[in-house]
Design a protein around this ligand. Structure first.
Ligand SMILES: [Zn+2]
Length: 391
C-alpha cells in the first residue's frame, strides 16, 4: 500500500522546498516527492500539519563506546590542550568500572529521537560493534586501529587481520605509516569508507612538521616512541596523501587546521570532510575553514564526536554551532551537511534526501507558520529546541 505524507512544507534537500508538498512511499522506499496537488489520490494520506518534512539526519562521527565518560565532556573549554584531554581520557577509560556498552545504547536511542537515521560509530573494542544491534538507528561501525611504534603497529596489523569488522585508522600521530597504509588498503579491498581524525589540533600540525610540541613527550611518556617516526615536514593531509590514504572514500574528520594547498588536495582527491563543531568547541582546538572547503567543492558532513568531548550530542546543535561560528554560511548548505552531505560522506547512497529510490526515512519537524524562505534558517538555528517526529 502506498503512503502519501503531506505537509505544508517539504524539504527534499536534493531539490528546492515544496510548499504544500507530498512524499509518496511504498514498502519503505520513496517513489516521488512533489506538490501534493500532483500526488494526491496515489496513496493513503498521512497529514503532518504545521510541520516540515525532511530526510532523517546523518551523524558522520561518534564514539558510542565512550558514552560512560561524559564527565570529560562537561565543564569549560580545554583551550586546545589536546594531549591533556587524551591523557585524561585514557586514565578515565582505564579506571572506569561503568559498562560502556550499557551507557551507549541510550545515547544511540537519543539520536533516534532527534531524527537521526544513520551514524558512523568508531570504536576500539570489537564488542562495541554490537551496540547498534536491534536499535532503530542504522549504525555503521568501524574498528579503529591504534599503533604508533613498530611493535604496536604489528599488533594492530595482526588484530586487523583477524577482525571481521570494517577497520579504520585513528590519526596520523597515533598510527604508524605502515598501519595507515595497510588499514586503507584493507578498506579499499572491502569497499568501505576510511574514516580518520585529521588536523584536529595545533599539536598535530607541529608534530608532523618537525616533531615539536606536546605530542612527542606525550608519546614518549607512554612508551610508544621507538625512533621509527620521522616527521614528514608537511601537514597531515599532505602526509596522508603521500601514503596513498586520501581518496574519494576517505572521510577526514575535524580538518580544523588545514592549509589552503591541503584544501585543494582534499578537493582534487574528492575526499570527504566531517566537521565536529561541538567537540572542537569543547576542546578549544579552533574552527575549520568551512567557507574555503565549500568553495573548493568538498563534500561536508557533520559529526557529534563523543560525550567525552561534547556535552550535547545532537546534530541539531552541531548545525546551530556551525552557523554561530560561520554566520555567512547559507542555512540550506548547512542543512545539506546534516543530510545529503553526510550520506555522501558515509557512502550511504539510499539516505540523505527525499527523492525517488531513497529509503523512506522521513522526519517531521514542528514549525507552525514557517515559510519556504525561512525553513532552512529555522532548522539550522533552533538547536535542540526542535520538536521532531518520525513521519
Ligand atoms: Zn573522534
Amino acid at each position: 500500500m502506498k503512503r502519501l505524507h503531506r505537509a505544508p512544507l517539504v524539504l527534499p534537500v536534493s531539490g528546492p522546498p515544496i510548499v504544500d508538498g507530498g512524499v509518496l512511499c511504498e514498502n519503505g522506499v520513496i517513489i516521488e516527492a512533489g506538490p501534493y496537488a500532483r500526488l494526491k489520490g496515489r496513496g493513503e494520506v498521512k497529514d503532518h500539519a504545521e510541520s516540515i518534512l525532511l530526510p532523517a539526519l546523518i551523524n558522520c562521527h561518534v564514539h558510542l563506546e565512550l558514552s560512560h565518560l561524559a564527565a570529560l565532556g562537561q565543564g569549560p573549554s580545554r583551550l586546545g590542550d589536546m594531549t591533556g584531554w587524551i591523557a585524561e581520557l585514557l586514565t578515565a577509560r582505564q579506571d572506569s568500572t561503568a559498562d560502556g556498552l550499557a551507557a551507549a545504547r541510550p545515547v544511540l536511542d537519543g539520536f533516534y529521537q532527534q531524527g537521526v537515521g544513520c551514524v558512523a560509530d568508531i570504536g576500539n573494542l570489537p564488542e562495541s560493534g554490537k551496540i547498534g544491534a536491534g536499535r532503530r538507528v542504522e549504525v555503521h561501525f568501524f574498528l579503529e586501529m591504534l599503533g604508533f611504534s613498530q611493535r604496536s603497529a604489528d599488533n594492530a596489523l595482526a588484530r586487523m587481520q583477524e577482525s571481521h569488522w570494517d577497520c579504520t585508522g585513528h590519526a596520523p600521530y597515533t598510527n604508524h605509516a605502515r598501519l595507515l597504509v595497510a588499514a586503507k588498503e584493507r578498506a579499499r579491498s572491502r569497499n568501505h569508507i576510511f574514516s580518520i581524525h585529521v588536523a584536529e589540533s595545533r599539536a598535530e600540525i607541529d608534530f608532523l612538521r618537525d616533531g615539536s610540541g606536546p605530542l612527542r613527550p606525550f608519546i614518549e611518556e607512554r612508551g610508544f616512541w621507538d625512533g621509527s617516526f620521522v616527521p614528514p615536514g608537511c601537514g597531515p593531509v599532505t602526509y596522508l596523501d603521500r601514503l596513498g590514504v586520501i581518496d574519494e572514500k576517505t572521510l577526514c574528520v575535524h580538518c580544523v587546521h588545514v592549509a589552503d594547498e591541503e584544501i585543494a588536495l582534499l578537493a582534487a582527491r574528492r575526499a570527504k570532510v566531517c566537521l565536529c563543531p561541538g567537540s572542537n568547541n569543547h576542546l578549544g582546538v579552533g574552527s575549520p575553514p568551512v567557507e574555503k572547503m565549500m568553495g573548493a567543492g568538498i563534500t561536508l558532513g557533520l559529526g557529534t564526536d563523543s560525550l567525552a568531548s561534547n556535552p550535547r550530542l545532537s546534530i541539531w546543535e552541531e548545525m546551530r554551532l556551525l552557523r554561530q561560528e560561520h554566520p555567512r554560511l547559507d542555512p540550506a548548505a548547512v542543512l545539506a551537511m546534516a543530510t545529503r552531505g553526510g550520506a555522501e560522506c558515509l557512502g550511504v547512497t539510499e539516505a540523505g534526501a527525499l527523492a525517488p529510490g531513497k529509503k523512506a526515512k522521513i522526519i517531521a519537524v514542528a514549525a507552525p507558520g514557517i515559510t519556504a524562505a525561512h525553513a532552512a534558517d529555522f532548522l539550522t538555528s533552533a538547536g535542540n529546541n526542535v520538536q521532531v517526529r518520525w513521519a
